[in-house]
Design a protein around this ligand. Structure first.
Ligand code: SAM
Length: 338
C-alpha cells in the first residue's frame, strides 16, 4: 500500500500497518510531510484548565471515577478560572480548554456564566469545553454563550468494547450521538480514544478509524491508556509509546487537516514522548494552566507529568521541547484548516 493512500486502505491493509513496526520510519516521515503541507512547522497551544475532578461517572479506567473514595476532590470558582485565563493570556495562549469530570455542581447556567465571561474578556480567544455528555439543548446553550469547540473522546467505537470499559448505564451509542449533535450545532469537534485500553484489539482500532472517517472530527486526541492504582483496571498494562505514535501517524495521513495533540499521557509513558508525537504528525500541545495546588488531584492515571510546575514554567518547557524537534509554537487560536 502507498502510505499516502491510507484513506482508501482496506481493513486488512490497516491491520498490517497497525501491527507491524517495520514501516514506522516511512510512516512517520510521510505523516510529517503531510502535516507540513497543511500546517507548516506550526504547533498550537491549548491552555488546559482542569476545573473540577468531581465526576458522576464511574469509568473503570479513570482515576477520578465516582467510586474512587481516595480521590481528593476540588472545584475551581469562576474567579479562579478567570485568573488561570489571565495568566494564560499573558503567556500567549489564545485557546482555553475547560475540562472536568461530569460534575452536576456546574449547572448549565454556571457553565454559561463562565464561558460568556471568558468570551467577553478575551474575545480573540477560542473557548473549548470538555465536560462530557450533555443534552443537545445544553450544548446549544454553551454555544450561544460563546463556546466554539468541544472535546469528547468516543473512547472506543465498538459497542461491546465500550461496555467492557464502562458500567451499565453508559453507552457508546449515546456518546456518538453527542458528537453528532455538537457537529450539527456548529462546534469544531474533537474526538479520540486511548491506545492500548484494556481488551482493545486491532479490529477495535480500525473501527475507531472508520467511525472517525464518518464523523470527520476537526481535532483528534489520542494517548496511551495508563493504569491508575485506585481503579478496577489497576492491574492492566498500559498502551505503548510505539503503537500510539503509529496511530498518530495514521491519523495524520487519514485526516491531513486535523488538529492532533501530543498529549500529556504520551509524555508520561516516555520522557520525550510528546516530541516523538510531534515528529509522527501531531501539531498541538496542551500545557496545563490549572493552579499548581490542585494539579496533582486531577489524576486520571498514575505518575502524570507536569503536576508541580507553574504555568509559565510549563509554557517555557514546552517551547524548548517543540523547538528541539524542529517545530515552533505560535500564539494563535489555531483553528482547523479544512
Ligand atoms: N469528563 C469529560 C469527558 O468525559 O470527556 C472530560 C474528562 S475525561 C477524564 C478526559 C479523558 O481522559 C477521557 O476521554 C479519557 O480518554 C482520558 N482518560 C481517563 N482515564 C485515563 C487513563 N487511565 N489513561 C489515559 N487516559 C485516560
Amino acid at each position: 500500500m502507498v502510505l499516502y493512500d491510507i484513506k482508501n486502505a482496506t481493513n486488512e491493509e490497516l491491520k498490517a500497518l497497525i501491527e507491524s513496526s517495520s514501516n514506522d520510519n516511512q510512516l512517520f516521515a510521510a505523516a510529517d510531510s503531510v502535516r507540513r503541507r497543511h500546517y507548516g512547522d506550526e504547533v498550537y497551544l491549548r491552555g488546559l484548565i482542569e476545573f473540577t475532578n468531581y465526576c458522576k461517572n464511574d469509568c473503570y479506567y479513570c482515576g477520578i471515577r465516582r467510586s474512587n473514595r481516595q480521590a481528593d476532590r476540588y472545584r475551581l470558582s469562576k474567579d479562579e478560572i478567570m485568573q488561570c485565563c489571565n495568566i494564560g493570556y499573558g503567556l500567549g495562549y489564545r485557546t482555553f480548554v475547560l475540562q472536568g469530570g461530569e460534575d452536576p455542581y456546574y449547572t448549565d447556567n454556571r457553565i454559561c456564566e463562565i464561558v460568556s465571561e471568558i468570551h467577553s474578556e478575551y474575545p480573540d480567544c477560542a473557548v473549548t469545553l470538555s465536560i462530557g455528555e450533555k443534552s443537545k439543548e445544553s450544548y446549544q446553550q454553551y454555544y450561544d454563550a460563546g463556546a466554539r469547540r468541544y472535546l469528547l473522546r468516543h473512547e472506543t467505537a465498538n459497542d461491546a468494547h465500550y461496555k467492557k470499559l464502562h458500567p451499565n448505564g453508559m453507552s457508546g451509542a449515546e456518546r456518538k450521538q453527542c458528537l453528532y449533535w455538537l457537529k450539527e450545532i456548529g462546534y469544531q469537534v474533537g474526538t479520540g480514544f486511548m491506545v492500548g485500553s484494556p481488551f482493545q484489539t486491532t479490529e477495535n482500532l480500525i473501527e475507531d478509524l472508520r467511525f472517525m472517517q464518518e464523523l470527520m472530527p476537526d481535532m483528534i486526541g489520542i494517548g496511551p491508556y495508563i493504569s491508575h492504582s485506585q481503579t478496577p483496571f489497576s492491574s492492566f498494562t498500559g498502551g505503548t509509546l510505539e503503537l500510539t505514535l503509529r496511530m498518530i501517524a495514521i491519523l495524520r495521513l487519514m485526516f491531513p487537516y486535523s488538529l492532533i495533540p501530543a498529549t500529556t499521557a504520551l509524555g508520561t509513558v516516555d520522557a520525550t514522548g510528546r516530541e516523538k508525537g510531534l515528529k509522527a504528525g501531531a501539531n498541538v500541545v496542551m500545557p496545563n494552566l490549572s493552579p499548581v495546588n490542585v494539579r496533582k488531584q486531577y489524576e486520571l492515571y498514575d505518575n502524570k507529568i507536569c503536576t508541580g510546575e507553574e504555568s509559565a514554567q510549563c509554557r517555557g518547557c514546552l517551547e524548548r521541547r517543540v523547538n528541539s524537534v524542529g517545530y515552533r509554537i505560535v500564539n494563535s487560536r489555531g483553528d482547523v484548516r479544512r
